[in-house]
Design a binder for this molecule. Sequence first.
Ligand code: F6R
Length: 633
Amino acid sequence: MRNAEKAVSVTQRWKGLLCGIIGVTAVDLNVVPLVIRGLQRLEYRGYDSVGIAVTSSGTLLIRKGAGELEAVRRRLSLDELQGLTAIGHTRWATHGPPNDINAHPHTDCSGTVAVVHNGVIRNYSSLRQELVARGHRLKSETDTELVAHLIEEASAGKPFIEALASALGKIEGTYALGIVNAGEPDRIYFAKMRSPLLIGIGKGVRALASDIPALLDIGKTIVFLDDGEFGYITPNDMAIYRLLPGGGYVKLTPQEVAARTKVVELSPEAASKGGYPHFMIKEIYEQPEAVRETYDGNVEDPALDRAASLLASAEKVIVVAAGTSYHAGLVFSLIAARRARLLLYPLIASEVSYVSDAIGKDDVLLAVSQSGETYDTLEAMRLAKERGATVIGVTNVVGSALDRASDLKLYTRAGPEIGVAATKTFLSQVMLLELLALRTGVETGALDRPEALSIANALKSAPSLLSAALEASDPVATAMARAFNSKSLYVLGRGLGHAIAKEGALKIKEIAYVHAEAYPAGESKHGPIALVERDFPVMVVATSDSPEVAGNAIEMAARGAKVFVTRPADLRLELSSQKGNMSVIDLPPSGGLLELEPFILSPIYQLFAYRLSVLLGHNPDKPRNLAKTVTVE
Ligand code: F6R
């Protein structure tokens, strides 16, 4: 990590991605303008809907609706709200489409408890069934609303803090919660588990929020909460408790609180990029979190089983997508061939119309799109539907056009991606699609259930391997970028390595404006090798399905190419004849588990592209001629 980035590493623990929450309480100040300003600074975390709840003289006033902050602010006259205590939310939808009802805050049956939430409640389905069976009336499709009802249920005759602790004991998953209770108008309760949450301290005012920028108007003194902590703030005070394993809780000592309290010196602009100079590098470093959220949000989702059974019984499975999403589709096709013994048809979305006559009603089209709004992908879906095929949609945006048009919907949970080049959404797609390939393997009978389960369990280590890969890759990528002096390069791989190479080459092209061509390594000697002369750069992605790629690396080196072989450190490669012009870059070991290798091998290419782009004086967040979402043919 660079020095500028190190200086603000204090922010890097706070990477939860979906939604932003804020709560402010003051002695004698209308806090609504502070909440609105905080929401503006949190909008990078989601912009599907907005809501504010104010407690005032024993009542709760809520205004909320679908849309971006400024639109909702005007439509619902949010500035008219007034009060000394308020919570607010900006949403990135995960459970339920982005509409007025699903907008936060959510309330209990009595309408006296209001909750805002960032995170995903994993045992949502069973909790919902139980609450409905006990007579709770649920208004939205969100996981968040359950929290309000769980607190309501636990609060009979008990102090609110105990009811909160009891509700937390029933929830599995991730959360940063802000909660107001009409009966206690000068208090905001909170809880944190693996989603970011901080407390800001000012004079006669305290606040909590998902990220530092939203707190900078309150003051520069910040309390960094840990997982498993909950409590409340008042304008001049706070109490923090720690949940104990097996139930119960203890209060943090003043020394413990002091140890968490820091003064931060950051501008709101720098803070919204987490202290990083660009969104792209921030998002590259958010990947472990995005992949973990995607794993947690899908591993027990019954929709995955339904999708797997559709794939297993389809006549043909056609995987369509554009750009990076297409590369995730290639990874899926390779893993599905191996684990489910299914030969799929991965197609670039804009090419589908030329072969759509061959699509029939017993086929399944799996459409993959981060934005869910890519014209080419939507058009391919339309053609497939016209021919009677079933469409499964994989997207990062609940409520997008792709989502609405899909017969069955699956979601990555990467949060909003602002950098134009896709990074965290790519590896989140890979995670979701790998889980789907494993389930499909069970459906086709190629895998038995325990085997599929054990691989899915091993995938839990992907986020930590990804962190290790980022750490190992960045210094190497930086050094390579500094030494780079060429107008073009090859990125070679076989099998899975080829899919990763294609994604790596796309990143290099689009943000560094260097011609990078990915090629199946075996095919390189059928033409492309003619370009190779002394010091021509060739990067090689070595994966455990294709150690024979070593032979291609040697061929290139023998012709004078400057070869960089990237591999999981435990992958044995026959590189005995390597010369001085070949470097082997050892990345974290995969234990031979192919599914883990995209997480180990992709970061070095993303980082190389990013570092090279910056060194060449480009803006990696906004590459020329490109838009984040391509809604035209
Ligand atoms: C590359 C990139 C694009 C997109 C492509 C598809 O970094 O971002 O290639 O992957 O435009 O976009 P989605 O996934 O939104 O359909």
